[in-house]
Design a protein around this ligand. Sequence first.
Ligand SMILES: [Fe+2]
Ligand SMILES: [Fe+2]
Length: 168
Amino acid sequence: MMLSDSMNKALNGQIANELFASMTYRQMAFEFDVMGLKVFAAKFQSQADEEHDHAMRIAKYILDSGGNVELSALDKPQSGYKSAQAMVEAALASEIKVSKQIYGLMDQAESEKDHSTRSFLKWFIDEQVEEVSTMSDLLQLVKMAGESNLVLVEQRLHELMKTETPAE
Ligand SMILES: [Fe+2]
Ligand SMILES: [Fe+2]
């Protein structure tokens, strides 16, 4: 089934949202690097890659469905974070925001009775549960350790990254 113009447009909007999330993580990764937190930096670079993959996944779906992909201008990502905790808090807020964006797309697909887009979006809904959970776990660790003990959190993060299943 062909995508409706309005669903196509909404999915193009989500490509921009995912690319913005990617750029936001990229900026955070560079700032973690400057703080000397190299494992955090690596984790956030890999998050940035994942968000980029999400954008590509949506683009492929649009093309497979006979639609058109149109990129848009992105806002400048936030920069100059005051602390590692402030960055992880902003990352969690960003994931929560993306979850809401995905729910909005799902609402639209449901109201249009667009079953293929609903099925496609299910992966994103599940993925967002993971992403919000990962970031809120990390925030909990960062708060528990405090800014001066983040090197200890890095050891834990390093272990977790080794056991992580690679992104689909
Ligand atoms: Fe994403
Ligand atoms: Fe994400």
